[in-house]
Structures are given as structure tokens and as C-alpha cells.
Design a protein around this ligand. Sequence first.
Ligand code: PLP
Length: 389
Amino acid sequence: MTAKSGRQFLQIPGPSNVPDQVLRAINQPTIDHRGPEFQGLTNRILVGLKKVFNCAGPVIIFPSSGTGSWEAALVNTLSPGDSILMVETGQFAVLWRDIALKFGLNVDFIPGDWRHGVDSEPIEAKLVADKSHSIKAVAVVHNETSTGVTSDIAAVRKAMDRTNHPALLLVDVISSLGSVDYRQDEWGVDVTIGGSQKGLMLPPGLGFNALSDKAIKASSKAGLPRSYWDWDAILKANQMGFFPYTPATNLLFGLEEALNMLFEEGLENVFVRHARFAEATRRAVHAWGLENLCLNPHEYSNSLTAVLLPEGHDADTLRELILEHFDMPLGAGLGKVKGRIFRIGHLGWLNELMLAGTLCGVEMGLGLAGVPFSPGGVQPALSYLVHGE
Ligand SMILES: *Cc1c(COP(=O)(O)O)cnc(C)c1O
């Protein structure tokens, strides 16, 4: 181990860098989670979260990873043997499907090439064909973190509406919430699944479910067994400002601070900042002569970019070199793109110079790894940051 000086650039697409203010907020004495001070905290956070999800209904907070909030969305709305329509956008869609299979759900997994977002046409066709309404839910990932592709959720909803099919719409926003515009109510989403450690700028450890009325109604009939994840007990306790079991108190201190930061900057401005940094990154990738894994420009992710290496070059070797020489972890290729891509996280607490440093680290690493590329890709990214062109 060599001694490191300066800060590590944590440029994986989550966990993202945690702001100093948030770390300081977490670093407070833990309080009684059944006392009056805690009650105030719960009430403020639950109101703030609705603004981030753009929803009028309740938002549930679990002390969990994002994976827990996936499971919660399924077990609270579905019954054993129910059919669910899911879409293979990438590795996170695969993992979510695996949970559904373990619960005995009948999964129809629409195949994908990991380079495009959700196509609403086959969803519409399958719902039209499902005359008996055996499909109880459509579940999609908004921002597929394994590929850097963002799907059009409003289009999925419109396709579902055209069929008049009653299926619920479940959407994973774990790596888009707080980075990319998201509208639970306007887009007619029934359960939105979130996590703390990406755009919300917190350490890992909180999972979210934002609920529509229809989802709450479905939960009263859903037959899958659940206890820890049961919405009902949490909704009841939340009304009094409490939780049915010990919440992650100090992470909630951090959440309040992170929400304040987002509102102070203004969510609109936060989204514009992410769009700028993503575009600057794409310009660097293009100028290096490398390929974005995402093929459709309308679906480019603003929270991360997945970069494809030329055939015969191992992306994991590149990442290891960059970590060793420049102390910057980048995201690995997951599942079937392992070794073929690396992922640059440009989400959360990030400014121009952090992004410039990130891109410089990648450019230096490409040189070290002997990957064929055109040097100087950082320059068009910097010009774009300065001139917006
Ligand atoms: C990170 C992520 C998850 C998994 O979250 P964990 O906290 O690792 O369980 C699920 N879906 C998406 C889209 C993600 O980015």
C-alpha cells in the first residue's frame, strides 16, 4: 500500500461523493427515535421527499439498500403466481427480475440489447393481448446504471393508458432521482423505487418507495408474505412522525441536509447541471474516438456514461490502472458487458473542476493502458463547460 495524498475521486455511478455538509449532519449524537425531536425530523423529511419524487402520496423510507426497496415494491403489491412484465435494459433489470422469480412471480422478461432503453411497443402489445388481465404490474428501470441509458417513462405510461389495462407501473429511479427530472404523479407511476447513495448524495443505507393511491389499494389485497417491508405498519407509524422499528436515525439527519441542498440549488438547476456535465463527458468520449454504449442520443443518461473499449482491450485493466495511479475508482462493466465497458459517474455532488479532474484521470489512464485513442479529448469537454458549445 502506497500512501495517498489528496481526496479520492469516487466516480462510480453510486455510491456518489457525499457532501461535507451531509457528513457533518450525520455526525451528530443519535436521538431518541420515539421522542418529539425525531417526530419533527420525520415530518420535515416526508414532506421534502414528495417534492423530489413529484408526488402527492406518501413516500416510505426503509433502512435498506436499493435492493430492499425493489423487494418491498413487489411484496406489497403482488400475490404468488401473479404475472409481471419486466424489460431487460441491463444488469439492474436482470437483478430485479431475479427477485421477482424468487417470489414465485410469473415474469415475462422482454429481451433487450443493453444499448437501448425501454421500448413501449412490446409492452403495449402484451397488455392488449392480456384479455384476462393476468399481468398485474409492469416494472421498468428509469436510468439503467449498468449501461448509461435513460428510458422514457411517460411514453410507457401512455402506452399502458392506450390499452386501458389495469396493471400497476413500478419504476426504479435509484440512479436518476435527484439527478434527472422525474415525475411520479404526472407520469402515472404507482410505485417508485429509490435509494440514498446516488443522486441524493447520501451514504448507502436508505431505500424508498413512493406510492400512488392505486398502489396502496393493491397492497391491501396483495398476498405475498411480508413483515419488515410491510407498507401498512410504516404508513400508520409515519402519520405520528415515527417508524414501526428503529430507523437509520443518523442517515435521516443526512437526508434532511441533502434535501435542503437540492432545494437551495433548485431541482431544475440540479438537472441542468447534470445535463451539462453529462454532455461534457460525452464530448470527451467522442473526441477520444471511443464509443458510448448507449446508442440512442435521446436516451443518453445524465448521471453516468458507459464507455465501450475497442475489441481486445480490457476495461477492468484500465480501471485498475486508473485506481492505482490516480486514486479514482470508476464503475465496472456488469453482467454481460463485464470487461467491455467502464462507467464514469457524473452524478450527485459534483462541480466543473471535479468533472475536469475525472476526465483528465480517464485520459491519463487510456494512455497508461495502451488503449488506442485520440489524446486531447478533455479539451472539447472544457470548452463546452466554458462556452456551452
Ligand atoms: C444501484 C442500483 C440498484 C441497487 O441498489 P443497491 O443499493 O446496491 O441495492 C438498483 N437499481 C439501480 C438502477 C441502481 O442504480
